[in-house]
Design a protein around this ligand. Structure first.
Ligand SMILES: N[C@@H](Cc1c[nH]c[nH+]1)C(=O)O
Length: 395
């Protein structure tokens, strides 16, 4: 762009998908939708904006700082959805209320959050996710984790890991210690950031028993295979934490039956950024991405705040993150060429249209030149426009 030309920009944290990227996104979304559908999940579409009050219902956390807020003509406060679990909970508790449980729903859509933008992290981004509502058993958690793994495999990812945690493990340790809400949040923040020094400092100041302090400082180290669960068990005596570990054992056993346990490990330090979670939580990691490509967990209290007592579990995958990971790992073949460029000599348009129709009926991706061309020009266009073959209709 020349120095004096005004820059035509798009808003901070948004991006355009050029044809090859848009094609890659659609192909990926189709694979995910097919996978979700084959596990019995049905797609729903909800509004891009909702009342702000709806989006802050039952989350316990003030997400509004991260939300894009706007006003309707009657000055009611709206916001762009920052994620899809809350809108789907609203739907399940209202228009889908009479449907037999469990409900299995999926979505593929854009969501909006104020973020510090970087590759794989934008303010407008796309999520593919599922919500399983009306089942509280470990079998439901195993199902959504199994589906997350199958969806990652269907997307083409090979080298990845799903890490399981359980919020009751941490809550059980922090309970009955007389911690203030602020201290709790500080401890959680240190766990999110894996800040071991901060964790030690915060717990020392908290007035918790030495045993509890030591247990909290160990939490970030409790990761790995089954041995991490045994180490965790040695660390706690309280009922809630022990029940949380039993729950993870049960889920892991079921993932064995799905034949997917090799993708799963434990990380009891996982704290998700929404605090609606009430049980198992998980995150998916793959090399070359500095953040999880998917995440989710159980949220048994959210629907009650919309008036329907109903346990639920689910996850979302970041479409841009998956695309970035596939590209960085050299697994994205979407840039591949299209099939046939049809071009024609003066007077041959009708024949060219007939040939194009036949090729399209056979399933080929075909572009037809709108004007007559010499063969040399047609060959040049075929290459420049990225077609594998040229069909030239001439004498
Ligand atoms: N909505 C969560 C993922 C999730 C779906 N269901 C439960 N959790 C997110 O955006 O990270």
């Amino acid at each position: 762009m020349k120095p004096n030309e005004p820059a035509i920009k798009i808003p901070y944290g948004t991006k355009d998908f050029l044809p090859a990227e848009a094609r890659g996104k659609r192909v990926l979304e189709e694979k995910l939708a097919t996978q979700f559908g084959s596990w019995g999940y049905e797609e729903v579409v909800t509004p891009t904006m909702e009342y702000l009050q709806t989006l802050t219902t039952g989350t316990g956390l003030d997400l509004s700082e991260q939300m894009f807020v706007l006003f309707d003509r009657s000055n009611r406060i709206l916001a762009l959805r920052p994620e899809m679990t809350i809108p789907i909970a609203r739907l399940a508790a209202t228009r889908l209320r009479e449907k037999p449980l469990p409900l299995r729903l999926f979505y593929l859509t854009n969501v909006f959050r104020h973020e510090e933008a970087q590759a794989g992290r934008q303010c407008e981004f796309h999520q593919a996710g599922v919500e399983l509502m009306g089942a509280s058993e470990p079998s439901a958690d195993a199902e959504v984790i199994g589906l997350a793994i199958s969806a990652a495999l269907a997307a083409g990812l090979r080298d990845f890991r799903i890490c399981l945690g359980q919020v009751d493990f941490i809550n059980g340790i922090m309970a009955d210690g007389g911690l203030s809400e602020q201290e709790r949040q500080e401890i959680k923040q240190c766990l999110v950031k894996r800040d071991l020094v901060g964790l030690e400092r915060t717990t020392k100041l908290s007035g918790l028993t030495n045993e509890k302090q030591a247990a909290i400082c160990q939490i970030p180290l409790l990761s790995g295979g089954r041995e991490a669960l045994s180490a965790a068990r040695d660390l706690v005596t309280n009922f809630a934490s022990r029940a949380a570990l039993d729950n993870l054992e049960a889920i892991f056993e079921l993932l064995h039956a799905y034949g997917l346990q090799q993708y799963v490990s434990f990380d009891l330090g996982i704290i998700r950024d929404f605090d609606y979670y009430t049980g198992m939580v998980f995150e998916g990691y793959t090399p070359g991405l500095g953040f999880p490509f998917c995440g989710g967990g159980r949220y048994d209290r959210m629907l009650a705040s919309f008036g329907l007592e109903c346990p639920a579990t689910g996850f979302a995958m970041g479409i841009e993150r998956l695309l970035l990971a596939l590209n960085r790992q050299g697994l994205n073949q979407q840039e591949g060429m299209r099939d046939v460029y049809v071009s024609w000599q003066e007077g041959k348009l009708l024949e060219a249209i007939a040939a194009t129709r036949r090729l399209r009926e056979d399933g080929a991706v075909v572009e037809l030149s709108p004007i007559a061309e010499l063969r040399a020009k047609a060959e040049q266009n075929q290459r420049q426009r990225g077609f594998r073959e040229l069909l030239y209709i001439g004498e």
